[in-house]
Write a protein that binds this ligand. Structure first.
Ligand code: GUN
Ligand code: FE
Length: 434
């Protein structure tokens, strides 16, 4: 059995600030000690108090001047789109046809897929992201290489093969039957293997026939703890198209609901243009929405109505949505979320965006018994942040009164440069110094 302790400033969320109030929703230890035993959190407290209770032989790693946060949780990202970030000029539907589909076709080559998966995990870890809900491509092998690389790094990861049987290039299309069988094989192979989980992944309503959505529902009925991952109500043209394709459905969410896809562990990316009725239905079902600020800005999709969605009680996580999103950095994404709220005359408190990027993401994914903060017994996934990573951050931090202000400056100026180390299950999986 192994035990280590890290001495640093430590900050984590302990609940939803919207329900508990900001002050009660986090803990901060200026001179803190985080004790890890066998890859799990054993204790967290003030260095002075806690170090007295522990054996003097304890291995204390001195990280004073640094800030430890829980590993970030990215609730919506596409690994096969790593190489198309910043594709110029289009909104959603043209962007898919002109950039996304041609790139995803390359993933029929498993060597290519494997190369990109490695790049993808390098980016996640250098940005401090330790858990993500991830799209593959239509090719089952793209998901095999994703899980293989996740397993090598001992990460808690969720992924799935895209289901798409219409309105897409032939080479990227499956059928309801092959989609079902390929997904089933992947579930049997990977779901709940170590820290890995499977997500049934219909791309979005326009590229799935009713038969295919029904097959997705069948899979979820057979495997109740498998995730559902798709897109919802992102772009006005997309929504109009869904209305045309599914005239029988009350609204966009209802297309999924009619096939049993709206349930706990269902995560819908975007939800920019949801009406109250759809929000109420998601809240009632225990489904979650992934707020993807950089993607919604980049594709001109719109401003996510966070306050309304939260007030109705929907679980909300934050997603980078690479490659429509423009950064792997959850820190930077938190800063962009703030700006999206400013555009709607709302405030996003830094403690709240920390919650959404960590514990709130874990709750959205029904993983908060395992990850999201430093409650004893949880898995030790954490990030070591250098609040003075750049000259500008250093001078700016000196003028901050408290940790809230520092955190806000971090999300405004910070990105991967501020991540010095990333740990998964108590093991270092990234260090900026080598
Ligand atoms: N809707 C359907 N597919 C996609 C995708 O790959 N990215 C985004 N942002 N929206 C989608
Ligand atoms: Fe997406």
């Amino acid at each position: 059995s192994s035990r280590e302790a890290y001495r640093a400033s430590v900050l984590h969320s302990i609940g939803n600030p919207t329900h508990m109030g900001i002050e009660n929703s986090f803990q901060y230890f200026e001179d803190g000690l985080l004790v890890i035993k066998d890859g799990h959190i054993e204790a967290l407290g003030h260095y002075r108090e806690l170090s007295e209770q522990l054996p003097t032989s304890l291995n204390v790693i001195d990280l004073r001047g640094q800030l430890i946060l829980p590993g970030f949780i990215d609730t919506h990202i596409h690994y096969p789109q790593t190489r198309i970030i910043g594709a110029y000029g289009d909104q959603l539907l043209d962007w898919l046809n002109n950039y996304t589909f041609p790139e995803e076709m390359r993933f029929s080559d498993v060597d290519y897929a494997s190369e990109v998966a490695i790049e993808f995990f390098d980016q996640l870890l250098m940005n401090g992201t330790t858990t993500a809900l991830v799209f593959g491509t239509v090719h089952p092998e793209s998901v095999d290489v994703f899980f293989q690389e996740a397993e090598k790094r001992n990460l808690r990861m969720i992924g799935g093969k895209v289901l798409m049987d219409r309105h897409a290039p032939e080479a990227l299309s499956d059928t309801p039957e092959t989609g079902y069988q390929d997904s089933k094989n992947l579930i049997e192979k990977w779901h709940n293997k170590g820290r890995l989980h499977y997500a049934v992944t219909p791309r979005f309503a326009p590229t799935c026939s009713d038969e295919q959505l029904a097959m997705a529902g069948k899979l979820l009925a057979e495997y109740p703890d498998v995730y559902l991952h798709t897109h919802l109500s992102e772009n006005k043209q997309e929504i109009a198209w869904v209305k045309e394709l599914f005239p029988e459905s009350k609204n966009y969410l209802d297309v999924y609901d009619q096939h049993g896809l709206v349930k706990p562990r269902a995560v819908f990316a975007h939800g920019v243009h949801l009406c109250d009725e759809q929000c109420h239905r998601m809240a009632e079902a225990g489904a979650a929405v992934a707020f993807c600020p950089t993607s919604n800005l980049f594709l001109g999709s719109g401003l996510f109505p966070l306050e309304k969605v939260e007030k109705i009680g929907v679980r909300v996580g934050i997603g980078t949505d690479i490659g429509a999103g423009t950064t792997f950095s959850m820190i930077h994404t938190m800063g962009e979320a703030y700006k999206v709220m400013q555009m709607q005359s709302c405030k996003l408190h830094p403690i709240k965006s920390l919650y959404q990027a960590t514990l709130g993401g874990a709750e959205a994914l029904y993983l908060s018994d395992k990850i999201g903060n430093f409650i004893p017994g949880k898995e030790a996934d954490f990030v070591v942040i250098d609040p003075e990573a750049t000259e500008l951050m250093k001078t700016r931090m000196e003028h901050c009164k408290n940790i809230e202000e520092k955190l806000f400056v971090l999300t405004t100026l910070g990105d991967d440069r501020a991540v010095s180390q990333t740990y998964s299950l108590g093991r270092r999986v990234y260090s900026r110094d080598n």
